[in-house]
Design a protein around this ligand. Structure first.
Ligand SMILES: NC(=O)C1=CN([C@@H]2O[C@H](COP(=O)(O)OP(=O)(O)OC[C@H]3O[C@@H](n4cnc5c(N)ncnc54)[C@H](OP(=O)(O)O)[C@@H]3O)[C@@H](O)[C@H]2O)C=CC1
Ligand SMILES: CC(C)(CO)C(=O)C(=O)O
Length: 316
């Protein structure tokens, strides 16, 4: 399969590398200058769990990419998704599928502004990856990715993408209800990413805090109220229990910090808060309801971004 990875930070580069090892023809593109420069001058380095590997993949600026692709894998941060789509949309032809695996909510609406449903695949992944430096990334796990076609007639094409992932040792499954899967993953990110970033703790430490279960339950209740407005229904207790399994050493090891901690605390970069807790707070507010936990968390995260002098866009 010919694959373009649009957004080749931690996740994009790691997925691209593993899909290349699985026999796919992969092109990476990104707009971060230091990243491009590091890959140009020294090559891409991927630590695939515990094996440090030099990847033969090249990385280009989106403006340099030409050709036909079967699949465009979107892996920009949520706030730069639209910008990335603007840069690569001309590369999406009649039969190209665009797969969005970003964390966060509201991305399908963004994709629909540019692409027909038949071109869109939506998904979520619990794989984790980390930026070690420009052009140097760690894939911490080959965990599951769920994918579904938006146009019901495109299941076969979606299954072909799932097969390409599985053939490349990236486990992937077909999601019968991708809206549910996306909300469940957003709940996980909404309960742990922002809390760990604000308290400067890792996921295992969050799991051990006495107060965690109640805080998490409240956050997930607000996500459930917002999801219901979109016709997605889930059980708050079930999601709280499921979320808690990620706060155990079995998933989080001894020191796993979620991506928002990596952005805000380690790398002092803007966060995806407006697409997680911020999305829920906005959604409920528009419906005349209130999400006190999500609202406060969003304001705290933006407050910290501001205090650190990080440029960000506050989605209203
Ligand atoms: N990391 C993880 O474990 C997981 C991440 N995800 C999701 O995947 C998506 C991509 O995340 P991830 O790959 O972690 O993000 P990264 O920050 O590693 O990469 C995303 C983009 O950010 C820009 N960028 C990265 N570092 C810098 C820097 N220091 N200075 C300037 N720009 C930089 C680059 O592109 P550009 O300059 O073009 O913006 C890069 O392509 C997100 O939606 C995330 O939530 C999902 C599951 C797990
Ligand atoms: C670690 C995990 C799976 C949960 O927060 C994640 O998606 C992230 O770090 O963004």
């Amino acid at each position: 399969m010919k694959i373009l990875v649009a957004g080749s930070g931690a996740m994009g580069s790691c997925f691209g590398h593993v899909l290349h090892k699985g026999g796919n023809e992969v092109t990476l593109c990104d707009k971060w200058e230091e990243n491009l420069e590091a890959v140009r001058s020294r090559g891409l380095i991927i630590t695939d769990v515990d094996k440090r590997e030099e990847s033969p993949l090249k990385m280009y600026h989106p403006s340099e990419v030409t050709g036909d692709f079967d699949l465009v894998l979107l892996f920009a941060k949520s706030m730069y998704l639209e910008d990335m789509i603007q840069d690569i949309k001309h590369l999406v032809k009649e039969n190209t599928k665009v797969l969005c695996l970003l964390n966060g909510l509201g991305h399908l609406e963004t994709l629909r502004k540019y692409f027909a449903d038949k071109n869109i695949l939506m998904g979520v992944t619990v794989c984790t990856a980390k930026l070690l430096g420009p052009g140097d990334f760690l894939l911490s796990s080959h965990s599951n990715t769920e994918i579904k076609n938006i146009d019901p007639n495109e299941r076969e094409a979606c299954e072909a993408v799932i097969k390409a992932f599985n053939d490349s040792t990236m486990p992937a499954t077909y999601s019968e209800d991708i809206a549910y899967s996306i909300w469940r993953k957003a709940c996980l990110n909404g309960m742990t990413n922002s809390v760990c970033a604000l308290l400067d703790i890792n996921m295992r430490m969050q799991g051990q805090m006495d107060e965690s279960k109640e805080i998490i339950r409240q956050i997930i209740s607000e996500f459930a109220a917002a999801a219901a407005l979109e016709g997605v229904h889930f059980n708050v207790d079930e999601f709280t229990e499921w979320g808690f399994t990620f706060l155990t050493p079995a998933f989080a090891g001894v020191d796993h910090y979620p991506s928002m901690w990596q952005d805000l605390v380690a790398n002092k970069r803007a966060t995806e808060i407006d697409y997680l807790n911020g999305y829920v707070a906005r959604k409920l507010k528009a419906a005349g309801q209130w999400a006190p936990y999500c609202e406060l968390i969003t304001r705290f995260v933006h407050g910290k971004e501001k205090a650190l002098g990080i440029p960000y866009t506050f989605v209203k």
